[in-house]
Design a protein around this ligand. Sequence first.
Ligand SMILES: Cc1ncc(COP(=O)(O)O)c(C=O)c1O
Length: 474
Amino acid sequence: MAMAMAKNVSRGNLGLGARLMSTSGWWKTVEPAPKDPILGVTEAYLADTHPGKINVGVGAYRDDNGKPVVLQCVREAECRVAGKEFMEYLPMGGSAKMVEESLKLAYGENAEVLKDKRVAAVQALSGTGACRLFAEFQKRFRPESQIYIPVPTWANHHNIWRDAQVPQRTFHYYQPETRGLDFAAFMDDVKNAPNGSFFLLHACAHNPTGVDPTEEQWKELSYQFKVKNHFPFFDMAYQGFASGDTERDAKAIRIFLEDGHQIACAQSFAKNMGLYGQRVGCLSVVCDDASQAVAVKSQLQLIARPMYSNPPVHGALLVSTILSDPDLKSLWHKEVKVMADRIIGMREALRGNLEKLGSALSWKHVTEQIGMFCYSGMTPEQVDRLTSEFHIYLTRNGRIREVNCKVKKGVIKFKGEMGSSWSSEGAIGDAGHGMSIEVVRLALETSLGDGVSDGDATIGGDELIDGDGVIGED
Ligand SMILES: Cc1ncc(COP(=O)(O)O)c(C=O)c1O
């Protein structure tokens, strides 16, 4: 009897299930989303079965073997916090200690605005989250405003301000002919924008071009921003990663502060502390006075609350532990410098290799640009060809992450084996600004460090795979 009832119940449930199943088709209008231009590169790379494939699109620092790096200061901080902390929620604004230390890093240990408590700041979900919070704040409190974004920029900037429904305008930044800054056009755009416009500025190591204004140019910009009463929003995703010196990389911010601008700043600890997946960042907004800062902070928290309630605790704990301990902080400064210097060294070696290989093109820009990326100047079509014919993966804007570059015996061997093919092919770009695809291939192959001993490039392999699948990058 009991069994019969159970059968009926389960049949009844099945019947209900079948009826529920019949109301299908909820999402039939949903099309696959377009691939992210940066993350899509990794997907394509992983799907390629060619043994010689190379991924230079990844926007994360790698060691000589193409492996992710965890800084010693981070390991030490992990040991110090392990087992000692609770896992309680952080407040909506995140870790007060982490925020305080982040502000000192961005604004300067003795910044007047910090002494006056004029800075509203919250912990954010890394640099992306900080930008997103600000875009939302801008929309809410300056609904009539637009955002001026450099051309080019990190692709996600467009998504962020689009989703916050802030209209976007662009300003001139990069000049393909010189592969440098188009300062005159940049200044013209600043002058011609309506008074009180919002501008997104990369504080240092502009992504993807690696082209930054000089100190003098920042001063001129700051002056012009004052004249026009523009709002400077600084995205600082690479403090310390550009020059190796966190103070030097904050120079643009300091210049604007000195001139009395009320800036906002998005900070990320993804690259400079290697905390990519921990999602630690900070958003700060300079206000008129302390009471306005309290109000602005409360509104930032109100935006965060329905989105993610409060930020994650572990990464923030690592950052505050490192920045508040003099020994760990000094170790961190050393490690940041090692990473930055290594990247600068790779740039020199890449340029040197290209010149040694007999390229007639100018490679000055490789060493003049700064930061993790080399904006090669390749066209999307050249990139497509690199990928389809040579299994070299990078974003279609020609951005290459610096890879280790040593001049080895192999270079000669490469040249001997393949020299005729690249030299006869010549430059395939426009007006001499393109590069020989074979030169790039050789440069990249010979820049792979110890793993390379013959014509088959061996880098890549599983550099982006971990136990759980794909490691992301930006
Ligand atoms: C210019 C710029 N801003 C922000 C970010 C955001 O990085 P994350 O959210 O990992 O801190 C990046 C990452 O590549 C970037 O290049």
